[in-house]
Design a protein around this ligand. Structure first.
Ligand SMILES: Cc1cc2nc3c(=O)[nH]c(=O)nc-3n(C[C@H](O)[C@H](O)[C@H](O)COP(=O)(O)OP(=O)(O)OC[C@H]3O[C@@H](n4cnc5c(N)ncnc54)[C@H](O)[C@@H]3O)c2cc1C
Length: 309
């Protein structure tokens, strides 16, 4: 892991920096590159603009590790309200939730109950996605996902290619016909449990990706999505899809709002499924710093905003 990435990932968990960052205009200006605004209305406007370009959208309300059951209840109510707004706006937008916002630190039972109440509210035509957080939460997240999936087939979970365990986790989920969004992984993990070298993460990503696309074709997976901006990886996955005789729409690429916009549009125009994860909310600091860690060149962007008017 590069030194800069390690420093930024450590900074993403620093409460002192979090409190100060929001006070600086140049930080807020930089954040606006990655999110359309802090309010749900900002996200809805962004989804409408994406729909016009045949790009799907997935909303996520920023925040992690709430303190008690009451806060988990507020987040649950928030997502239920958001599903209503999406429906009223006639959008095909889906949602992606973080389990530590829904009570995972309090108890698996409480969290499962909250996720259930959200999923019940969603149409079975769409998927409710569950994010994957730091490795400490993987077992509990998969436990909640399994419990929900047996009741509601229209739920999906994120798996991270940087973890050694992910191949086994995927195999273990297959009998339940899961939906999975594959990502490389955004947290600071030790070399005992995660590939420390990017090239190895990429190879594992491609290997898991091929397995998932085949499983989707065989009907062993309900839905497969790839959360990545890696143009080389997307090309390799597209070539694999074509070689295996799968239609273009079998390949779904999800990217983050504001990143690789031209590529998002190209994929949609060419007939692949293209979607964008739209984040909104006030608690953006750790999320934003993880975006800087993914591409330290983004720090230049932050620096330029110091001088912007
Ligand atoms: C839809 C979606 C959902 C996600 N959900 C989760 C999750 O639940 N759990 C989790 O751990 N991680 C999640 N992630 C983050 C993911 O794990 C990676 O950290 C992130 O996507 C960067 O990896 P990459 O695959 O884009 O490829 P990389 O190989 O890191 O990057 C490839 C290229 O993409 C571009 N790029 C990548 N990141 C950025 C950036 N921040 N800013 C500007 N350009 C960039 C650059 O051009 C870079 O060269 C999600 C990502 C996406 C897109």
């Amino acid at each position: 892991m590069s030194v800069m990435r390690s420093i930024l990932l450590a900074a993403s968990q620093n409460g002192w920096l979090r409190e100060r960052a929001a006070r600086y205009k140049f930080v807020r200006r930089s954040v606006s590159r990655f999110m359309p605004g802090e309010e749900i209305e900002d996200a809805l406007r962004a989804a409408q603009a994406l729909t016009a370009k045949r790009i799907g959208s997935v909303f996520t309300h920023l925040g992690e590790n709430i303190r008690d059951a009451r806060e988990a209840e507020d987040v649950t109510q928030h997502y239920r309200m958001v599903l209503g707004k999406i429906r009223s706006a006639g959008l095909a937008t889906e949602i992606s939730v973080k389990l530590t916002q829904l009570g995972l630190d309090q108890s698996v039972d409480l969290c499962t109950q909250n996720v259930r109440r959200i999923v019940q509210q969603e149409s079975s035509e769409k998927t409710v996605w569950i994010d994957m957080e730091a490795s400490f939460y993987v077992d509990a997240t998969l436990e909640v996902y399994r419990r929900i999936l047996v009741e509601f087939p229209h739920t999906g979970v994120c798996l991270q290619a940087y973890l050694f365990r992910t191949k086994k986790d995927l195999q273990a989920l297959l009998p339940l016909k899961p939906s999975v969004r594959l990502v490389k992984g955004a947290y600071k993990e030790s070399p005992e449990i995660a590939y420390p070298i990017k090239k190895d993460v990429d190879e594992n990503y491609f290997s898991l990706g091929q397995e998932m696309l085949r499983a989707q074709r065989e009907g062993e997976m309900k839905r497969v999505a790839f959360g990545t901006h890696d143009a080389v990886m997307i090309r390799r996955l597209a070539e694999f899809t074509a070689k295996e005789g799968m239609p273009k729409h079998a390949l779904e690429i999800q990217m983050l709002y504001g990143i690789q916009r031209a590529e998002q549009e190209r994929l949609a125009v060419e007939g692949y499924r293209s979607a964008v994860l739209v984040a909104y909310g006030h608690f953006w600091y750790p999320w934003f710093v993880r975006r800087l860690a993914e591409r330290p060149a983004n720090l230049w962007f932050l620096a330029k905003n110091v001088f912007a008017r």
